[in-house]
Design a protein around this ligand. Sequence first.
Ligand code: GDP
Ligand code: MG
Length: 418
Amino acid sequence: MSSIVVVGANWGDEGKGRIVDYLADQASASIRFQGGNNAGHTVVNDFGTFKLHQLPSGVFNPDCIAVLGPGMVISPEKLSLEIAEVATSGVEVKLCISDRATLCLPLHALEDTLEEERLGAGAYGSTRQGIAPAYGDRVMKKGILVGWLKQPEVLRERIQFMMDWKLPQLKALYPSMEFTQTAEEMTEWLLEVSQPWRDSICNVTEPLKALQKEDKTLLFEAQLGAGRDLVYGEYPWTTSSNVTAAYAGIGSGLPALHPERVIAVAKSFSSSVGTGTLITAMEDQDQFREDAKEFGATTGRPRDMGYFDAVATRNGIELQAATEIALTKIDCLSGMKDLKICVAYNGDHTENPIWPQTASLTAVYEQMMGWDEDITGCRKFEDLPEGAQQYVLRIEELMGVPVKMVSVGPEREQMILR
Ligand code: GDP
Ligand code: MG
């Protein structure tokens, strides 16, 4: 039996989805442990190309149950659409949805949008899916639990309770807000849109424990990366949940989990979407962004592009006690002139000792030899040109844990194992 946790070492969009899809072959459960519809995990396999938002990326293995863990906030109508979309490609999803997870309602999305508009230039760069308000309500003990979809009377009461508290505040802060739905109407709507998956709501701990007893492999999947963790990331440019590996068990229904493997997915270069400072930002980003297809999977927003940041990535690896690294998108660096790695920061770290991504710091670079060859067809480490091998080996040395997977393209088989 083994428990494999797949997390992001950077700021998200490292390619976790494709790593989980690759590993799902060996697994009996694929579990998302936090976040919600703001995730965009791209999977390219025999069934097609998918941008998964709430379903775990192991859904394409018919022998795997797909678990949406208690640490998630679930957008009910979007989940129904996603299940239908995956089903059209012939995939039958075996779902288990935690009764302890929190619903992310259209009211939360409205609140998220109104707040971003109020903040104007100072906005967080939210995906406006309602993630922060939904987690906020959970913490304020006003959240609506997924399990209540099976108890309509409780559901209606809790929605009324939440609305009595929330609506006066929203109307005071955003006078232009239009919201006329009643608790009764919201309850009816929820029962309707959750119909496709309501029978899959359960205590997910039970099936997961049963699989553990049978010595099966469980695959845990984070959304985003260490730099966006609510507690350990670049607050306040974080997401609203814990994305780091230690949360995998808590957010999955197995709070005492001790995973055997923690795979930190690191991208061969830096990219970041939303706000915050990227110390290794490249001067000319546009062409490289186009070539590397670096646009947000949920929003289509252009990502900020930079060189590999060994300081931030090592932090992301140490924070999560990663046992190994999966290095992605190295093919995108073919032909890059002036290839370099940031090995240290210059400047005063004490200004922001938590995660020192401040504009006052500059990157200290180490020049790499680079390579020109197309490497998307390489399947063995020895097949890679010398410059690419050196690049991987130097990253491994700087990170202090082995790089066991190197991906050279978005498709499932474009993978080098070491
Ligand atoms: P996630 O959120 O961590 O799952 O990552 P995303 O799916 O948001 O972003 C990763 C993007 O890179 C997706 O478009 C993937 O198809 C693509 N991708 C993943 N691995 C590779 C790779 O090795 N090479 C190339 N060229 N693209 C990759
Ligand atoms: Mg993504």
